[in-house]
Design a protein around this ligand. Structure first.
Ligand code: GAR
Length: 191
């Protein structure tokens, strides 16, 4: 069985899309765990509604990132997690997790990387006035939204777009692309 953990910090719409589209896809693929790092994050509520166990990691409780990640690693190992999907996880993954899950951590970013990395990819592209932006799925490395790109889908920015309408379209693409790419990678035995 392919056991998946999702890391998230916020609203959790990608978490929901992943759970809904992967959970019953194949009996040998299962979303085992949500790890979240903001106590009030809406994604926690969503995990409860969907019956996915969750672990809250309070980073302020640990001396440094490596200690927090050691605790995370313990939760992951306990559940025999094979694959980690970052879905709006607003931290840089450190060497403790990177080394343990090399090649088995994916991220989604709401822009066409390497353009507009960081926490505000949609807004940064909108403000820059580019006519095309999009969504990227990539393996992570030690950088911010960097690492080998797996898939990208473009989204046009129309003159009539507001930041809100653009955000909507990007999110819709995200919710289709991420589960689809994960399915393909699992099917091909890549992750
Ligand atoms: C998503 O748009 C995701 O691409 C982005 O955070 C949002 C989370 O939304 N991630 C990044 O910006 C990573 N740098 P969600 O909580 O509703 O899934």
């Amino acid at each position: 069985t392919k056991k998946i953990a999702i890391f998230a910090s916020g609203t959790g719409t990608n978490f929901v899309a992943l759970v809904q589209q992967l959970q019953h896809w194949r009996s040998d693929v299962s979303i085992e765990l949500l790890i979240y790092d903001r106590k009030q994050a809406a994604v926690h509520q969503r995990s409860q509604e969907l019956g996915v166990p969750s672990v809250y990691v309070n980073f302020t409780k640990y001396a440094d990132k490596s200690q927090a990640e050691t605790a995370m690693l313990q939760a992951l190992k306990q559940r025999h997690i094979d694959l980690i999907l970052l879905a709006g996880y607003m931290r840089i993954v450190g060497p403790t997790l990177l080394n343990a899950y090399q090649g088995h951590i994916l991220n989604i970013h709401p822009a066409l990387l390497p353009a507009f990395p960081g926490a505000h990819g949609i807004e940064d592209a909108f403000k820059a006035g580019v006519k095309v932006t999009g969504v990227t799925i990539h393996f992570i490395d030690a950088g911010v939204d960097s690492g080998p790109i797996i898939a990208q889908e473009t989204v046009r920015i129309d003159p009539t777009d507001t930041l809100a309408t653009l955000e909507n379209r990007i999110h819709q693409i995200e919710h289709q692309l991420y589960p689809r790419v994960v399915k393909e990678l699992i099917t091909e035995g890549v992750v």
